[in-house]
Ligand binder design. Structure first.
Ligand code: ADP
Ligand code: ZN
Length: 768
């Protein structure tokens, strides 16, 4: 961290090449330290901030890849070695992204090199797999001249082909398809109907899982009259986009209130002004439906999935860096897209925990996005029907501007939610049924009227609890403190955490006497039950077991949209984002699944999931109903979700967290120590927590305002995971600065043995 500050983003220095002599290099190591190297004269014109270099590093001076983060003409005190090679033709990161990654290293307490290495996709670092070609693409209708110039038949033919494709086509291929020479193509470009792009493509074009050429013509905004609430919010956003400058908005709109339409309009405006936009969505909602909404209305759109292969990601990265893309839509890591001239960031479903990365660097995509908007000095929209307590709190205290869409479009009512108390609403035969008589009747009724049904059960597999009634033994993972789930289709017991597999047992492996019982209900078992109860209906199950093949997600949803599937059953995969007007009934099979976890966000998560899944119905003129099965009808997360009372829930939840100093009131850091040796992990947890206690006492003796609490150490809720014993403790403080100061000061002073690993999680989401 002792890089001379003036050199970090010294673009001016980078441009005056003659003065450049020394480079500051960071490496993908846990050490947050930049190293000085000399730049030999043959590399002076090539080196630049944001490029990777090869330099001798570490033991034996092995040639190691590092990022150049600064250039200076001031010679360092000590004699330095020279860099050996510059690896990139163009910088991989903009100055703002460099600044953002530096901030991340400071905030999440990891090294700058680790952050850089993690945010730049490996595929972007290689140019070897690419070649330059000339592409031609049609201009979006809004950018074409009016009236349209007269066209020759050949030009018309070329334009037809382009318009049909909607995406760039190689110039020679275009000529071949239109059966013409380059003349008519050039004429079209000249008259402003198409444009030329020199681009680098992967040598082997990747197969697109989702065909981007199929565009939804209905996604055009023409003819759509905004609701009064939309109009009001839209005017505020328009003004903010025009003015520019950092301004965060929290867009709180109930499900089906037309939030997406507002994003689209704001983005259209940004694109019209010649700038670009970044849209972050949870991985799960990167559905063809979402993507189509953006394509076709917003110029050139790049979509970044996390399961894209490296070459594909790299290809996108380069197109974005070259300014060929107006809109980037992607999951968490798209926040680092090297977009030029950014004008707006949108985060949809900002409350989703998938924006948090659970590996180093453990960043929260939403918080990084807000920071990026700050560095780029642009507006940012955080949208949700159920904002996180953090964002809601920020809106309450005026950090974010709140925009509200309290009603659905066309004044459609939110669906009626009926709570089914599982303690009373039972089948007389005493066997385990997934659905109660009431829910079964409601399904029959909805299906008889030609509606479609969504059933949510957030547990996959067949039996979720395998035990011996004679001795009480529960089948557990060999490596984790977690019960195994029986999967009937594979006839195996699986650990959902580490993937451990075991043959199903008949006799108890512990006492050898009892016959093992398979209880608890997962989606597989529910499927059998529903198929038996509704033999004439077509059912499809959607969970990570059935959705393994690429494209299966899209296939199922398309079939559901066409009405070929009557009942869609699945895990939270089906709970979010889907917009199917013919869904008239949603059933939540067990609302309590996430309620009793040892996590202070358990209520929040339950409320969010219920509100989201309820939002999947009543989206068409036929209305919709929701039935929620629960043992806890009085729990605020459930009773308030039933009456769509987000404001009431937020108030109650914040009231509950405040006296406990939980986020959003206090900042939190979680430290986990894990080892294959229980003693070692336990001893280190005690020692580290002790060091923090001592540090806090010294600091507090000086500055009386500083507050910091230490909770623990204790066994983590999942004590054994993947063969490691885990202890954890938490630090809480009202001051993020103080929390960081204590962490920075204390961590280096405690040496851990080799067989104990420390994980530091700032603003943790996962408390298990
Ligand atoms: P949300 O994201 O808030 O859940 P969506 O943006 O998906 O809601 O909107 C729900 C549906 O309403 C979409 O089909 C959308 O095209 C449509 N819609 C949005 N705004 C309007 C409007 N002003 N008038 C009519 N339909 C609208
Ligand atoms: Zn396991």
């Amino acid at each position: 961290m002792d890089v001379p500050q003036r050199n970090l983003f010294g673009e001016a220095e980078a441009q005056t090449e003659a003065a450049v002599l020394f480079a500051e290099i960071v490496f993908d190591r846990p050490l947050d330290h930049a190293y000085s190297y000399g730049v030999p004269s043959r590399l002076r014109d090539l080196v630049a901030v944001g490029k990777r270099v090869l330099a001798p590093f570490g033991r034996g001076d092995r040639q190691t890849v590092g990022f150049c983060v600064g250039l200076t003409s001031t010679a360092p005190q000590r004699e330095v070695k020279n860099i050996v090679q510059v690896l990139d033709d163009e910088p991989l990161l903009t100055p703002q992204l460099l600044k953002l990654t530096r901030w991340m290293a400071d905030y999440y307490l990891c090294s700058w090199g680790q952050v850089l290495n993690a945010v730049v996709p490996a595929g972007a670092k290689e140019l070897s797999g690419t070649r330059a070609i000339i592409m031609v693409e049609p201009l979006p209708p809004m950018l074409r001249p009016t009236p349209l110039p007269a066209l020759t038949p050949k030009q018309k033919k070329v334009l037809e082909i382009l318009d049909e494709r909607h995406e760039p086509i190689e110039i020679r291929e275009l000529g071949r398809q239109a059966n013409c020479a380059a003349g008519p193509i050039r004429a079209l470009i000249k008259s402003g109907l198409a444009r030329r792009r020199i681009t680098r493509v992967e040598r082997e074009l990747p197969s697109e899982e989702d065909d981007p050429t199929t565009r939804d013509e209905s996604s055009s905004s023409a003819g759509l009259v905004l609701t009064p609430d939309q109009l009001q919010a839209s005017a505020v956003l328009e003004q903010a986009v025009r003015a520019g400058g950092f301004k965060p908005f929290l867009l709180h709109g109930v499900t089906g209130s037309g939030k997406t339409e507002l994003y689209l309009r704001a983005i259209e405006q940004v694109v019209r002004e010649g700038k670009s936009a970044l849209v972050l969505v949870p991985e799960i909602s990167l559905t063809p439906q979402t993507i189509r909404a953006f394509q076709g209305r917003c110029g050139e759109v790049a979509v970044m999935h996390s399961h894209m292969h490296q070459g594909e990601r790299g290809g996108h990265w380069r197109r974005i860096a070259a300014g060929q893309v107006q809109v980037v839509v992607g999951a968490r890591s798209a926040v680092f897209a090297p977009t030029q001239n950014l004008g707006l960031i949108v985060i949809d479903e900002e409350h989703e925990s998938t924006f948090k990365q659970e590996a180093t660097p453990r960043y929260h995509g939403r918080d990084v996005a807000v920071m990026r908007a700050r560095f780029e000095d642009i507006p940012i929209i955080l949208g949700s029907a159920t904002p996180s307590m953090e964002s809601w709190h920020n809106a309450q205290r005026g950090q974010y501007t709140l925009l509200s869409l309290p009603k659905r479009v066309f004044d459609r009512p939110l669906p009626q939610v009926h709570l089914i108390d599982l303690r009373h609403d039972r089948h007389p035969d005493k066997r385990l049924h997934g659905i109660s008589p009431t829910l079964e009747r409601a399904m029959t009724h909805a299906l008889d009227l030609g509606g479609q049904v969504i059933l949510l059960l957030n547990r996959r597999g067949f039996s979720t609890y395998i035990h011996c009634p004679a001795c009480g033994h529960v089948e557990q993972c060999k490596f984790c403190d977690l019960a195994l789930t029986y999967h009937k289709e594979r006839d195996l017991m699986l650990c959902h955490y580490c993937g451990y597999e075991q043959e199903p047992a008949l006799r108890c492996p512990d006492c050898g006497l009892g016959q093992v019982k398979y209880q608890g209900m997962g989606t597989e078992k529910l499927q059998l039950e529903i198929e038996a109860k509704f033999p004439r209906q077509v059912l499809r199950r959607m969970d990570s077991d059935t959705m393994r093949r690429p494209g299966s997600h899209k296939q199922t949803l398309d079939a559901f949209r066409r009405g070929e599937i009557h009942i869609l059953l699945g895990t939270q995969m089906i709970a979010k984002g889907l917009d199917f007007p013919n869904v008239t009934l949603v059933g939540v099979v067990n609302a309590d699944v996430a309620l009793h976890r040892a996590d202070f966000r358990a209520s929040e998560r339950t409320f969010q999931l219920l509100a989201q899944v309820a939002g999947r119905t009543g989206r068409g003129p036929r209305g919709g109903k929701v039935f929620v099965q629960t043992f806890s009808t009085d729990h605020p997360a459930i009773s308030m979700a039933a009456v769509h009372d987000y404001l009431g829930f937020a108030k109650a939840e914040l009231g509950h967290r405040r006296p406990l100093n939980y986020p959003p009131y206090h900042r939190m850091a979680r430290l986990i120590l894990r080892s294959r040796k229980q003693e070692a992990a336990s001893e280190c947890a005690d020692r580290l927590a002790g060091a923090f206690r001592a540090a806090v006492e010294t600091v507090q003796a000086k500055a009386d305002a500083a507050d910091l609490r230490i909770l623990g150490p204790a066994e983590a809720p999942v004590f054994k995971l993947k063969g490691y014993f885990r202890y954890h403790f938490q630090l809480q403080s009202s001051s993020s600065g103080f929390l960081h100061q204590v962490l920075r000061q204390t961590l280096p002073s405690v040496k851990l043995p080799k067989d104990v690993e420390l994980t530091l999680d700032i603003d943790p989401q996962d408390m298990m």
